[in-house]
Ligand binder design. Sequence first.
Ligand code: ZN
Length: 390
Amino acid sequence: MSLLQAPTILLDGALQPDGWVQVEGTRIVAVGTGSPPLTAGRRVELPEGTLSPGLVDAQCNGAFGHDLVDADLAGWHEVATRLPSTGVTAVVPTFITAPVATLADALRRFRHLDRQLEGPGLARRLGVHLEGPFLAPTRRGAHREQDLVDPDPTAIDTLLDAADGALTYVTLAPERRGAIAAIERLAAAGVSVAVGHSDATDAQVGAAADAGARLVTHLYNAQRPLHHRDPGVVGAALTDPRLTSGLIVDLHHVHPHAVLLAFTAATGRIMLVTDAIAALGMPPGRFELGGEEVHLEADRPPRRSDGAIAGSALAIDAAVRNAVAIGIPLATALTAATRIPATALGHPELGRLAPGAPADLVWLDDGLHVAATWVDGHLAHGELPGATTT
Ligand code: ZN
């Protein structure tokens, strides 16, 4: 049994003073504020900052020099080991557009490697996000045009078979031929669908939600924008209560005022995502994203040689700091990186401090930098002040 005490704690989406969390093994057994219970065990008083649920990143292509779609076991291990340094305790590896057969191979490879990723303190992998290949050519961003196809039943079944339960969600453009049937098929198979890289109208996004789509991939980026007579993907995402949208708050992808607009219009339905690529945590240089070369310059998002922005080098703790810096309350920003993505991804047990939940925690210092991270009750990153044992 161990007890963590912090000056501030995120409980039920609100910051509370003098919080504590009691952990036994891999689980949280009690949480509260004020005087903690006098139980035997290890007691750690965190001297500053905020204790939060571990951060959940719903879109991560790679990090620390590794493009996850073709990383080997050592690469996966490094990414899962080091992501907790950014506060991440659960991540959805994202594979971008490639031929369907290639993605099916990547899904099989993921299942094979993921089974071998063992050891305490590794960030959880919440299945795979396939971003493509069923995307709109006009909104393709960094995705290869020649690999974009319609989501015909054969393609969907090929991917579902290869994933064998390891597919969490698929980003697609609902205006593509066969998309509505594909959304229904995926939803029936327990796979979420995100609208993204799409030129869909507001009505087409509504039809996608009717068919079971529940997510929108990187709101504002690579989608039909908001026009007052043609609200597009953005208008639908902001107003349809069924949809939760990812948002890249690196202050390059989306203007701060558009970030504020999203959090205001879609309260409780915005999740911070990184869309990070191999460049995350690395110095400027050349990296790969889905087989394409990408360049990272200092203080800029990564770009393909044709200038298209290709993911980000954003860490999710930096996204939280950026959101707070532009006026989003800390509790809102943290909830958008914890409970909201966990729930939207079908993992309501994650992203919250509550009895029975896995002990995935992050301690942010007063500057909102990650001071320590726990996965399953194991200290995965950081050092703690001296503990007292009773
Ligand atoms: Zn994208």
